[in-house]
Design a protein around this ligand. Structure first.
Ligand code: NAI
Length: 216
């Protein structure tokens, strides 16, 4: 069992945020930081920071704090960001285009190797470094390329058939923007659902409960 097997998902979900802040500190050439310093820039408590990082063995030293470079590297390893998981984009519309244009997949453990579309106007075009192919070519593409994950940027009503084919091709990992509940039909998949609307509704809740939160 690796040490991350016993770590709760709520801790794991905070790690990218630690990583982001540590990367910024690293870029500013900051060499070390205390748990209080890290807590301040992350707007959490120092005990939360210590508790989170203790799950992975601590990394800090009494009286010294954390080495920024070392902690960043440890978190990078825990998250597996050194991988080069090969991914395909399904749907090169507004969302798919924005995602490809604005994210540096390589820094996040992925390499985008192809895109698939049903729109004849998009097929044959390029998006960033990838060629957009007809989704009818999924099978032949997967025959010659290892595909570890699919990024689904298609409407919910288009997902069923394509997902079934991706599953048949052995793809079990999905970054899912489509609002389709993949894990109900395919429980053995690893799915990260992205719902921008959830974040906005949470903002709405917090604004509605501003008096209770008393932060703004
Ligand atoms: P869009 O219409 O610009 O792009 C969708 C693209 O998917 C089109 O180019 C279409 O030809 C293609 N497509 C449809 N079925 C396909 C299939 N089976 N295989 C390959 N390509 C296929 O729409 P947009 O704005 O990019 O949004 C895509 C979906 O993402 C929408 O259904 C929307 O509800 C959802 N969405 C989700 C968000 C989230 O936070 N999860 C935020 C915004 C949109």
């Amino acid at each position: 069992m690796s040490k991350s097997d016993s770590i709760s998902m709520s801790v794991i979900r905070r790690l990218p945020r630690y990583y982001r802040f540590l990367s910024e500190l690293d870029e500013q050439n900051v060499k070390r930081i205390s748990s209080t310093g890290l807590a301040d820039i992350m707007n959490v408590t120092a005990s939360q920071v210590r508790q989170d990082l203790n799950c992975f063995g601590g990394f800090g030293q009494q009286g010294y704090g954390y080495s920024v470079g070392q902690l960043k590297k440890e978190i990078q390893n825990i998250l597996g960001l050194n991988h080069s998981y090969q991914a395909v984009l399904i749907g090169a519309g507004n969302l798919g285009t924005a995602v490809v244009k604005h994210l540096d997949f390589q820094k996040m453990g992925f390499r985008l190797i192809g895109g698939f579309e049903i729109d004849p106007d998009k097929i044959g075009g390029t998006l960033g470094d990838i060629v957009i192919s007809s989704e009818t070519e999924l099978e032949s593409f997967c025959e010659v390329n290892r595909v570890d994950a699919a990024f689904l940027c298609i409407p919910k009503q288009s997902v069923d058939g394509t997902l079934e084919r991706l599953y048949r091709l052995g793809i079990r990992c999905f970054w899912n923007f489509s609002h389709y509940d993949i894990s109900v039909k395919y429980p053995d998949t690893v799915v990260e659902n992205v719902h921008l609307s959830d974040s906005l509704m949470t903002l709405c809740y917090r604004m509605t409960n501003i008096a209770a939160e008393n932060k703004i």
